[in-house]
Structure formats: structure tokens, C-alpha cells
Design a protein around this ligand. Structure first.
Ligand code: PEP
Length: 245
């Protein structure tokens, strides 16, 4: 039986004062739930260590990492550094990294491998653009993004790894994939993973809110959510976590 997981991607939002208030509200809200689902908070880099000290029962994640272990790579942050700051998870291949910063599937796969070799749990984001969906290429695009990781031939590749299906057209747009659309892709992703398919947590991401979380989580292959905008509102995020419990 797979556990459900809800991850908050704060992106480049907030200040310490904002985070302090949000964490205080989240901690008291999450404490009163049954806590059966895992909760991961991914703040911006500079706040990692600071959030780690105030995170309560949630776990810490980062939003990105370097594919390099160390060296002269100005502005980059290694997997080891993230671990050192208390991170257990790291998002790799978010669509904003792929589209705004030109990260190819091969670079994303290298980041996935770097995370694994440092003992972090990568949360691999995959998903199609609106144009790709409308031209019937959704499954082809998702398969290519997954296969770039498979091609590395990592030992125990999907053990301690998470996948987030995030259709690009649903991220930050208020448009959510229907539970049926998401389920179809999640099921396809499990097939792509072969014998490991049944074990891996596959999250849905794209305008998840308190109002649509429960119907998404009711689908058999949806194991939780990666949440952007709604994770900055304590009450809304707590309700999403409750729907996953
Ligand atoms: C995200 O950034 O991963 C995301 C899903 O954002 P939102 O929930 O705002 O669509």
C-alpha cells in the first residue's frame, strides 16, 4: 500500500516573516489531523536551514539542485549541501526549470542521479504543454521524460523516488486536469516503470486546491499532490493534506 504525500512548492515567494506565520499556522493545523499522509515543504534555498528548524512533523525538500557534486559552479547548490541543511527531498525537472531555464530531459536525469547518490529523494516532474496535449502527444512527451532517467540504468532507480505528473497547462493557471485525465497519465507512468510501477508514489500537480483535491486523490493511481499557489495559504494547504489522509 503506497502512502499519500503532499508537497508544497513555495517557488520564489515569501520572506522570513511570511514563512514564520505560514509555518506556525501549518504546524498547528497539521498536528490536529490524523497525519497518515506525508507532508513535504520546499522553500527557497536561503530559507532551507531556517525552515528545517521550524518544520514540525513535515519534511524538508528543495526546489532544485546542481547535477555536479562540487566545484567551480557559481550560484549552484549541490545535493550534499541540501542534505546538510536538512533536506530529504528535492524537486527535479519542474516545468519552470525546463521551460524558463532550458533544462533538457538529460540534464534533469543527471540531477535525479545526483540527488539519489547523495541519499536525497528526487521528485521528478513530468508533463506536457497545452500544444502537446492538443496534438495528442501527452503520453509520448511523458514517456520521453521518464525514459531519460531510465536510460541512466541507475541501480534501484525508482526505490526512494517520487514522480509528479504536472501538465504544464494546469500549473498556476487555475485549470486542473480532470481526475480522469490525470488517472490516465498516472497509470501510463506506472507501466513505464515496469516492475517498480506499483511501488512509486505518483503525485498530481497543477492548480490543486481544497475544492478539487479529494476527487483527484480518489483515483487509484494518484498518491497525493505537488502544490504551488495553494501551498502559500495555510488553511487551504491543510485542507489538501486532510483530503490525502
Ligand atoms: C507547481 O508549481 O508545481 C504547481 C503545481 O503549481 P500550482 O499548484 O500553483 O499550479
Amino acid at each position: 500500500m503506497r502512502k499519500t504525500l503532499v508537497a508544497a512548492n513555495w517557488k520564489m515567494h515569501g520572506t522570513k516573516a511570511f514563512a514564520e506565520q505560514l509555518l506556525a499556522e501549518l504546524n498547528s493545523g497539521l498536528e490536529s489531523g490524523n497525519g497518515s499522509s506525508q507532508v513535504v515543504i520546499c522553500p527557497p534555498y536561503p530559507y532551507l536551514g531556517w525552515v528545517a528548524d521550524r518544520i514540525g512533523q513535515a519534511q524538508l525538500g528543495a526546489q532544485n539542485l546542481s547535477e555536479q557534486p562540487s566545484g567551480a559552479f557559481t550560484g549552484e547548490v549541490s545535493a550534499e549541501m541540501l542534505k546538510d541543511c536538512g533536506a530529504r527531498y528535492v524537486i527535479v525537472g519542474h516545468s519552470e526549470r525546463r521551460s524558463l531555464y532550458g533544462e533538457s530531459s538529460q540534464l534533469v536525469a543527471a540531477k535525479f542521479a545526483a540527488a539519489k547518490s547523495a541519499g536525497l529523494i528526487p521528485m521528478l516532474c513530468v508533463g506536457e504543454s497545452l500544444e502537446q496535449r492538443e496534438s495528442g502527444k501527452t503520453l509520448e512527451v511523458v514517456a520521453e521524460q521518464i525514459q531519460a532517467v531510465v536510460a541512466l540504468g541507475l541501480e534501484d532507480c525508482w526505490e526512494s523516488a517520487v514522480i509528479a505528473y504536472e501538465p504544464v497547462w494546469a500549473i498556476g493557471t487555475g485549470k486542473t486536469a480532470t481526475p480522469e485525465q490525470a488517472q490516465e497519465v498516472h497509470q501510463f507512468i506506472r507501466q513505464q516503470l515496469g516492475k517498480d510501477g506499483d511501488k512509486v508514489q505518483i503525485l498530481y500537480g497543477g492548480s490543486v486546491k481544497a475544492g478539487n483535491a479529494a476527487e483527484l486523490f480518489a483515483k487509484p493511481d494518484i498518491d497525493g499532490a505537488l502544490v504551488g499557489g495553494a501551498s502559500l495559504k495555510a488553511e487551504e494547504f491543510i485542507q489538501i493534506c486532510r483530503a490525502a489522509d
